[in-house]
Design a protein around this ligand. Structure first.
Ligand SMILES: Cc1cc2nc3c(=O)[nH]c(=O)nc-3n(C[C@H](O)[C@H](O)[C@H](O)COP(=O)(O)OP(=O)(O)OC[C@H]3O[C@@H](n4cnc5c(N)ncnc54)[C@H](O)[C@@H]3O)c2cc1C
Length: 476
């Protein structure tokens, strides 16, 4: 297992639960995972007036005609059971006055269905609990801090990896299967809500052994990230606050968008408002919101001297969620035997061109379980299998991050993308190739030179194979 965020921890516990021995390789401390930072919660159709069908409709609508219906159905049908599993593992979710699970409302959801913990501290609560369970599970060896830098490929099958400590010799880990749970790549963009380590290491590792990557052109920009000089710049203000009545206002103090529209629409409306006004931020008016429900947001704002009960909070979009990733089936299997991917490093196709809020933590648990079980079915590595020491991962420079923000930002065109094709960072080039191939605008992929949606690309996802050339296919 590579990665100890929500997906990796949960998949490791599931595999260990059916008797497997798991090596859990993780590069950074828990507090530097996207999972730990997750605020809003887990989408699950639990309410009496809700159903998996409704959740599915909302997920497919957000996906703008290219979400993979089979994967979205699995998510919507299995998410409530995974919430129950987490409760059985000891996670305490927030409850209403009657003791039922309190359900939040977020953009694009037609019902209240977001289960949360500690107000907006959902990720922190869940990952702390899961990591304590993993640390004390005798079937799980936690190898931390070690970074996986290449995968072991034996006769076309993935049989392990090479991991490196900050100092010292590389550590080979041979295994029946490798599950990548390394998170997304939003921190490749200059302005991001993600931890610095979210640079797509799993995608680079998978590409290094020829696995297909999918939908790299779809990076979700969160509409409301704090705009403030210093380390808190990019701090995410969950859309749950808009669900609780916060509004967005432009330079003239007027509302300019339906705050609960899907993320891509709200982000583009903010971008247009910023272009129109020449300002660097719009105002998030949280004065009517009960901040006791969002203690970590209140604390972060207080740290930078903003009082949301009296002042507008300056916000602007930032790169947030990687819809694309290692192309997988519904049990996390990649195109290379023995290699699996889950969570944000994977692309099951369920999010299509735009992820519905809070579907990603749900994805970590639903597909984490499936991959954790499927990976155990592989044979032991053959005698003599070894891992090559060639490095498949690298760290992006600030120039690469600036180039992705400029040339593959909320809006892109052929000229900027062609420039990005020359970037020294391999993943930036793959993103550019996928963005160039999709000559249309859809969800999170907006081309100013191709502003319309092309009906010929309905249902088509982009696959980038080992040769780096994008091609379009229908999900099977
Ligand atoms: C601020 C913020 C708020 C969010 N809020 C929500 C929300 O409310 N609801 C929701 O559904 N989603 C939310 N998301 C998205 C969600 O948190 C992520 O999609 C999800 O947590 C990803 O989990 P993961 O386990 O796939 O990856 P991560 O949690 O990012 O974990 C990745 C792990 O991989 C390790 N790793 C990376 N590279 C290597 C390597 N080479 N070798 C070894 N280890 C490696 C890292 O150290 C880490 O342990 C939010 C995201 C952010 C940033």
């Amino acid at each position: 297992m590579v990665g100890a965020g929500a997906a990796g921890l949960y998949a490791a516990l599931v595999s260990a639960g059916v008797g497997a021995r798991v090596a859990l390789v993780s590069r950074s401390p828990l507090a530097q995972t996207a999972s730990y930072w997750a605020q809003g919660g887990i989408a699950a159709a639990i309410a009496g007036d809700d159903s998996a069908e409704r959740h599915l409709e909302d997920t497919l609508a957000a996906g703008r005609g290219i979400a993979r219906p089979g994967a979205a159905r699995v998510l919507c049908e299995e998410s409530p059971a995974r919430v129950r599993d987490l409760q059985e593992l000891g996670v305490h979710f927030d409850a209403d006055r009657d003791g039922n699970l309190a359900l939040g409302l977020e953009g694009g959801h037609s019902r209240r269905r977001v289960v949360h913990a500690g107000g907006a501290a959902t990720g922190r609560r869940i990952t702390r609990d899961l990591s304590a369970l993993a640390a004390t599970n005798e079937r799980i060896d936690v190898l931390e801090p070690l970074a996986a830098t290449s995968l072991a490929n034996h006769e076309g099958r993935c049989v392990g990896l090479i991991a490196r400590p900050r100092r010292g010799d590389p550590v080979p880990v041979l295994a029946r299967a490798v599950v990548l749970a390394t998170g997304g790549m939003a921190a490749l963009w200059e302005r991001s809500t993600n931890p610095r380590g979210a640079v797509g290491a799993g995608l680079a590792l998978a590409h290094g052994v020829g696995a297909d990557l999918a939908d790299l052109e779809f990076m979700q920009f969160h509409p409301t990230a704090l705009r403030h000089p210093g380390p808190r710049d990019g701090f995410l203000i969950t859309e749950a606050v808009r669900g609780e009545g916060a509004t967005l206002v432009g330079a003239a103090g007027e509302r300019f968008v339906d705050e609960l529209a899907p993320r891509d629409r709200v982000a583009l409306a903010i971008e247009a408002e910023l272009e129109r006004s020449g300002e660097r931020a719009v105002g998030l008016d949280m004065r009517g919101v009960d901040m006791a429900r969002f203690p970590n947001i209140a604390a972060a704002l207080e740290e930078v001297g903003i009082d949301p009960r009296r002042q507008l909070v300056p916000v602007a979009p930032a790169a947030h969620y990687t819809m694309g990733g290692v192309a997988t089936g519904l049990d996390g299997r990649s195109s290379v035997p023995g290699l699996y991917a889950v969570g944000e490093s994977a692309c099951t196709g369920l999010h299509g061109a735009n992820r519905l809020a809070s579907n990603s933590l749900a994805e970590c648990f639903v597909f984490g379980r499936r991959a954790g079980l499927a990976a155990c079915d592989n044979p032991h590595p053959p005698p003599g299998a070894t891992a090559s020491d060639e490095r498949h991962t690298s760290i992006p420079t600030e120039q690469t991050r600036a180039a992705l923000w400029r040339d593959a930002g909320l809006q892109r065109d052929a000229a900027g993308l062609a420039r990005l094709l020359d970037d020294p960072f391999p993943l930036a080039r793959l993103v550019a190739a996928a963005c160039l191939a999709r000559e249309e605008s859809r969800g999170a992929h907006q081309r100013t030179d191709h502003p319309q949606t092309d009906p010929a690309l309905d249902g088509m996802h982009t696959l980038v194979g080992g040769d780096g050339e994008p091609r379009f296919e229908k999900w099977k």
